[in-house]
Design a protein around this ligand. Structure first.
Ligand SMILES: CC(C)(COP(=O)(O)OP(=O)(O)OC[C@H]1O[C@@H](n2cnc3c(N)ncnc32)[C@H](O)[C@@H]1OP(=O)(O)O)[C@@H](O)C(=O)NCCC(=O)NCCS
Length: 210
């Protein structure tokens, strides 16, 4: 996958671009009105990125192989990779096909990580990551809980889903604590570029609006 693949990735073999081409202007107009707005939680600010965030994103996590280990992209080699990634996120946010956020600490303003989702029809597929010094403080759970709630508050989205590599126990915990239900294990579902070419099993989670 390309280096600028959003950190939350898309489902393999995503048809979103075809969906965008074959659906009318009504969908596009709706999505334009649904561009992401800030989300505040007790300890966090989630806001869409700008290109000015590139140096912090690169320094804090994009070049970190440990953070990228289970992600769909390789660690960024230079700031150019990070600028390209952010430009793509900004463009997809503006088009309404994604909701991509950076996560900041309310108290210090420090960049902590990223969370975002790709929208296909009534579904949002999302993912997240944190800089290493922000792990194990409940930040991912807090960000994911509010992000999922905001997505399901949109009448156009009735299903929010995510998957994680079966060995990524921390991520599985986050999805469970954010209220998603394990729907199954998809065997040999995807390859992870930082773990070789062997297809990997994933846990698939979702939450739906009833
Ligand atoms: C996955 C990730 C976002 C979790 O962030 P976090 O803020 O540390 O998560 P939280 O603190 O909200 O919750 C983590 C939970 O997993 C548990 N956990 C952490 N590391 C673990 C491990 N190695 N094995 C099992 N459980 C683990 C924690 O104890 C916690 O559960 P608890 O609250 O029941 O004790 C973070 O580790 C990360 O950015 N990893 C790299 C990127 C990544 O893998 N993203 C997800 C791709 S699917």
């Amino acid at each position: 996958m390309a280096l600028w693949q959003p950190p939350w990735g898309r489902e393999p073999n995503s048809r979103s671009s075809r969906h965008k081409r074959t659906h009318g202007n009504a969908t596009k107009l709706h999505r334009l009105m649904e561009s992401p707005t800030e989300i505040r939680t007790e300890r966090l600010l989630l806001r869409p990125p700008t290109e000015a965030d590139a140096p912090a994103v690169f320094e804090r996590y994009a070049q970190d192989a440990e953070v990228a280990r289970y992600m769909s992209w390789k660690p960024h080699q230079s700031m150019d990779d990070t600028y390209a990634f952010l430009r793509r996120t900004i463009s997809e946010n503006a088009a309404g096909s994604s909701r991509g956020y950076l996560i900041f600490a309310n108290d210090t303003g420090a960049l902590l990580g990223s969370i975002g989702g790709a929208i296909e029809c009534h579904r949002m597929h999302f993912g997240y990551l944190l800089a290493r010094d922000a792990w194990n403080k409940g930040f991912a759970t807090e960000a994911a809980t509010h992000f999922v709630q905001a997505a399901l508050d949109d009448p156009a989205i009735s299903r929010v889903q995510s998957f994680c590599y079966v060995e990524n126990r921390a991520s599985a915990h986050v999805l469970e604590k954010a209220g998603l239900t394990l729907e199954g294990t998809l065997r040999h579902y995807l390859t992870l570029p930082n773990l070789g070419s062997e297809p990997r099993d994933v846990f698939f989670y979702a939450k739906v609006r009833r």
